[in-house]
Write a protein that binds this ligand. Structure first.
Ligand SMILES: Cc1cc2nc3c(=O)[nH]c(=O)nc-3n(C[C@H](O)[C@H](O)[C@H](O)COP(=O)(O)O)c2cc1C
Length: 79
């Protein structure tokens, strides 16, 4: 699952780099999708993404400051 997440993010970043849009989708009817796509029994579909040219330009949500979640050497002590 960890590797699948990394692969999805790389796909999203690569798409963005060439002007395409994506959105990682994990909430769907997994069995139904596997049936429609004819996925073999031993394969489980865990994520999908649409891929294409964006109809509108999106805006990124407010991000945390990097200093809020990147720590060096030790996790900082609480005050
Ligand atoms: C594992 C995973 C599953 C997601 N599933 C859905 C989904 O089912 N539907 C959806 O609209 N977005 C889904 N997203 C996209 C997130 O809602 C979000 O838009 C995306 O991670 C970008 O983060 P940001 O909004 O902080 O930029 C999923 C993201 C991840 C990482």
């Amino acid at each position: 699952m960890f590797d699948a997440g990394l692969a999805m993010q790389n796909l999203a970043l690569a798409a963005h780099a060439i002007g395409l849009g994506t959105v990682i989708v994990g909430l769907f009817e997994h069995k139904k999708v596997e049936e429609i796509l004819g996925v073999p029994e031993k394969i489980e579909v865990v994520a999908m993404t649409p891929l294409g040219y964006r109809a509108t330009e999106g805006t990124a949500p407010k991000r945390k400051e990097v200093t809020e979640f990147v720590f060096y050497d030790k996790y900082p002590k609480k005050d």
